[in-house]
Design a protein around this ligand. Structure first.
Ligand code: MG
Length: 343
């Protein structure tokens, strides 16, 4: 028969096992996020103005029925959003938001009115120019890229955005490709600035790959470039560094997606502090519901970001075809409000 010491030892193992199991299930249970349930949820604090969401997070739950979805988001505490899914319709001569599944699209003007009616401010928008597959940013594509941005400016002025952010990485195989992208980003930023809008770039994980000069493509080794012993050439830079250092602060800001930074084997805090004046926006993203995985150190991320005087960030929730995105947005808002991250 096990003695008490052995019993306690095995009991603590069981407890740990039970904790681990509950952690896993919490990630998939919107009602189990840090013990926050509908019964314990507090109403948002008065005066909140910067609980933001990335519209991508809601997928069809937003686009197939935008007016009620926006009102629900407001009731959860969200005050502002960053658009996704906007597309310019050349025939109509204006932008629109396509539905998921072939329903009627919502015009840009109608969407803006629905957001106004709900009390959701549109402060940012994700946009990426369409180029032919594999096409690079260079002299041959520059005009097409700039024409794309010129076309979408009027609708975005109508939305009243402060920012437009490009979320997709152009084709880059070496340092020169990355520098060419930075050069064109500078021009895009200058164009948008002349029209009263700030231009930004949003990372995934590939921006933390390193690139080498001389037109040489990096042989992927865990997607990184390393110097061999005895190689005294300058240390290879990450694409993100080339973008930040190769663009002017007055033209290009950066939106750090904290989750994808971690997926790129980097510490978001290092980047937030190293480029404190350039990283002005954040994507607050987790595996799914914000805070549920326990893997993201949001407390430190927010503390450092706020210390630099920045205010705007957006919740982003993956798995957009789940049919549960509004519930997950609610659970994410509860976590962020109750943790005191909404300033
Ligand atoms: Mg993101």
């Amino acid at each position: 028969m096990a003695n008490r010491r052995e019993f306690l030892k095995s009991a603590s193992f069981m407890t740990l096992g039970a904790l681990a199991a509950s952690k896993v299930s919490a990630a998939n249970d919107v009602n189990g996020v840090d013990g926050i349930t509908a019964a314990t949820a507090q109403a948002p604090k008065a005066g909140n103005t910067n609980l933001g969401f990335q519209a991508y997070s809601l997928g069809g739950e937003l686009l197939n029925n935008p007016a009620p979805a926006l009102k629900k988001m407001k009731s959860y505490g969200y005050d502002q959003c960053e658009l996704a899914f906007y597309g310019f319709d050349d025939k109509a001569g204006h932008g629109q938001f396509s539905s998921f599944g072939g329903g009627k699209p919502t015009s840009a003007a109608d969407f803006k009115k629905m957001a106004d009616d709900a009390g959701i401010k549109i402060i940012s928008s994700h946009m990426t120019p369409n180029l032919d597959r594999g096409a690079k940013y260079d002299k041959s594509t520059e005009t097409k890229i700039l024409d794309f941005w010129k076309k979408i400016i009027p609708d975005h002025q109508m939305f009243g955005v402060e920012y437009i952010v490009q979320p997709s990485l152009p084709t880059i195989n070496n340092l020169e490709d990355a520098q060419n992208v930075a050069e064109i980003f500078n021009k895009v930023g200058a164009l948008l600035k002349d029209n009263g809008i700030k231009f930004g770039y949003h990372n995934h994980s590939n921006e933390f790959n390193k690139v080498v000069p001389g037109g040489k493509e990096v042989t992927p080794y865990y997607q990184r470039a390393f110097r061999r012993p005895g190689d005294n050439s300058p240390a290879p830079k990450t694409i993100e560094e080339v973008f930040i250092e190769g663009t002017e602060a007055q033209n290009v800001l950066f939106e750090l997606d904290c989750y994808w930074t971690v997926m790129g084997q980097q510490d978001p805090i290092t980047w937030i502090n190293k480029y404190a004046d350039r990283i002005q926006l954040l994507h607050i993203k987790d595996f799914v519901v914000i805070g549920a995985s326990g893997a993201m150190n949001f407390e430190t991320i927010f503390r450092n970001f706020y210390a630099h005087g920045h205010r705007n960030w957006f919740v982003e929730i993956e798995d957009i075809n789940s049919g549960k995105q509004l519930d997950r947005a609610w659970a994410s808002a509860r976590y962020l409000i109750e943790k005191g991250f909404v300033k």
